[in-house]
Design a protein around this ligand. Structure first.
Ligand SMILES: [Zn+2]
Length: 86
């Protein structure tokens, strides 16, 4: 079980697909899966998703924190780069 800090969406970074999930209740994660990792807000550390698989947390998954309104995206550094290799 690991806790992974998400990162803030860069300015102008708008993925062509996917949407932004909004956390309505700051005390309740938006997503609950059955994987190994929890994901927390980059700004305030609020838990946004629990027990997620890395494959579930792609660039398409964005979550607006219910506590500080930061939009988080779940790209793990190196993950996309690895996929771009021939
Ligand atoms: Zn936050």
């Amino acid at each position: 079980m690991a806790t992974i800090t998400m990162r803030q969406v860069r300015e102008g970074e708008v993925p062509p697909d996917g949407g932004t999930a909004r956390q309505e209740d700051p005390d309740r994660p938006v997503f609950q899966g059955n994987g190994p990792d929890d994901y927390v807000c980059v700004e305030c550390g609020n838990v946004l998703a629990t027990a997620m698989h890395p494959v579930q947390m792609t660039k398409k998954v964005r979550i607006r924190c219910g506590r500080c309104s930061t939009v988080n995206v779940s790209v793990i550094d190196g993950y996309e780069g690895a996929n771009k290799q021939p």
